[in-house]
Design a protein around this ligand. Structure first.
Ligand code: FRU
Length: 502
């Protein structure tokens, strides 16, 4: 165990960040208000927590380049989840259980215990028997500098669980104990395992919390479980379940047996770029969920590290979303209200009648904006309505509400010459009078929330700045739009980057 080596490896990575951060800062494709790394690669949100008056986001990262490699934990703090101050990396590989080029400090979570900030993460090492994943602890007095626990690892894979598929611990407190859910694979099926501890250091296995019967893939990554109303919500990202990237289930949890009984299962987001979400409680009681806006090479639409790789970075988080439960137990994922503070140049129209020739819409600079409206379904007789986004000579992205086919889709095949795919979901409007639409566009991503924030599509697109037009068209009749509101969204990174890292 060497505290020194951890310090050295963090210092080495910080030097690299210092050297490259200005280059990334001027990247053409960098996001304006979606969280992204200072330099290099980012994937899962880790250790999301509100601690001592600040939001802390940790994240899987490789500070050395815009591609996945030996995992470190990045760290940033914020007052509003939009303006960020980067802190030194929290974790770097340094021990035989987490120091491996194709491994490192994998995903995990944070919790306050004994007045200190505890991180629980997966160490991925390889000591001659292939990748081996174990659960490890690190803690910090000041919430900035972390020390790995000398007794690591605190958990190895239980019998029957593949040691290379035992990862992503999410810890919470219930009653007098700590509980932890971890993703795993057994007999080629995904599952979530439940553990318990009274001191955060000694853990006992409770049960298989939930498992795939084949329909939910061969491995569950980044499981999470939290109470909502009188139910529990479980989320995970299944490997090998086709277009399902982030699933939520609503049901009951029996702590005595360690079993989750699933009653509802749905998709958090149907886009290609929403993965490994993690949730946490904001001080005002909101349940906030954050996902990674990208996908993996084993998924249907993967191509390579993507165009931003050349700018020295890759990966951002989707906008943090507030989770709400409706009366029927289904969930809504609503962008955090703080986004309002980024608004500028508001535009508003009470009623717009849209036909085939289309209507131009102004929204900020046409790149970084928010757009909201409702489609009046009683007065609309069109077969379908298209929102043509980030449109210009070089391409466009088309979000279609096809009332005949009862399908919502987002087509990015002409977006930028690189992105591809059409994300699709069922548009279920039976008995509804209106369809609400809310769009968040940033430099390299478009998030579309529809139908009470239950039909969501997040997709990355790498459109040129000149693709700044926005048009709405209706085909086969007219569409009546009400309460159309648009706002430009300010760059939340400017001041932070100027301040630099500590
Ligand atoms: C999910 C994931 C996790 C793992 C991490 C590695 O995106 O594959 O299961 O801990 O990324 O970076």
């Amino acid at each position: 165990m060497s505290k020194e080596l951890l310090k050295q490896n963090i210092a080495k990575a910080q030097l690299e960040i210092e050297r490259k951060k200005d280059f990334v800062k001027y990247g053409k494709m960098r996001q304006r208000y979606h969280f992204m790394p200072q330099t290099g690669w980012l994937n899962d949100p880790n250790g999301l927590i509100y601690f001592r008056g600040k939001y802390h986001f940790f994240y899987q990262c490789n500070p050395y380049g815009g591609f996945w490699d030996t995992m470190h934990w990045g760290h940033a703090v914020s007052d509003d989840m939009l303006h960020w101050e980067y802190l030194p990396l929290a974790l770097a590989p340094s021990e035989k259980y987490d120091d491996y080029p194709k491994g490192g400090c994998f995903s995990g979570s944070a919790i306050e215990h004994d007045g200190r900030l505890f991180l629980m993460y997966t160490g991925t090492g390889n000591n001659g028997h292939g990748a081996e994943q174990t659960q490890c602890i690190a803690f910090s007095e000041d919430g900035v500098h972390f020390e790995k626990y000398v007794g690591n690892p605190v958990l190895t894979a239980p019998e029957g669980i593949s040691p290379d598929c035992f990862r992503d611990p999410k810890v919470w407190r219930h009653g007098d104990a700590y509980y932890m859910v971890c993703g795993a694979s057994r007999d080629n099926r995904g599952l979530a395992l439940l553990f318990r501890s009274v001191d955060m250091l000694h853990w006992e296995y409770v049960n298989v919390l939930a498992e795939s019967r084949g329909e939910w893939g061969y491995m569950w990554e980044c499981p999470d479980i939290f109470p909502m109303g009188d139910k529990y919500v479980m989320t995970f990202s299944p490997m090998g379940a086709g277009d399902h990237t982030s699933v939520y289930m609503v049901g009951d949890l029996a702590y005595e047996t360690g079993k989750f009984d699933c009653q509802i299962s749905r998709e958090i987001d149907w886009g290609f770029d929403y993965y490994a979400p993690q949730s946490f409680l904001a001080p005002d009681g909101r349940r906030i969920m954050v996902g990674w806006s990208n996908e993996w090479e084993w998924m249907p639409l993967w191509k390579d590290w993507g165009p931003t790789y050349k700018e020295g970075w890759c990966g951002s988080f989707n906008i943090p979303r507030e989770v709400h439960m409706r009366e029927d137990g289904t969930l809504q994922f609503i962008p955090i209200k703080e986004i309002k503070n980024l608004r500028e140049n508001a535009d508003q129209r009470d009623k717009v009648v849209v036909k085939e020739e289309g209507t131009e819409v102004t929204a900020g600079d046409g790149v970084s904006y928010e757009l909201k409206f409702r489609i009046d379904l009683k007065e609309t007789d069109a077969d379908c309505l298209d929102i043509i986004l980030r449109c210009g000579e070089n391409g466009k992205t088309v979000c279609r509400f096809d009332f005949g086919k009862a399908e919502m889709s987002v087509d990015r095949n002409d977006a930028d010459g690189w992105s591809r795919g059409i994300s699709k979901s069922v548009l279920f409007l039976k008995g509804k009078r209106e369809l609400d639409v809310h769009i968040l566009s940033d430099k390299s991503s478009v998030e579309i929330f529809a139908d009470r924030y239950q039909n969501n599509h997040s997709n990355n697109i790498f459109a040129a700045d000149a693709q700044d037009q926005l048009r709405i068209c209706a085909y086969g009749g007219k569409a009546v739009i009400r309460n159309l509101e648009s706002f430009g969204l300010k760059n939340s990174f400017k001041t932070v980057n100027e301040r630099g890292s500590r």
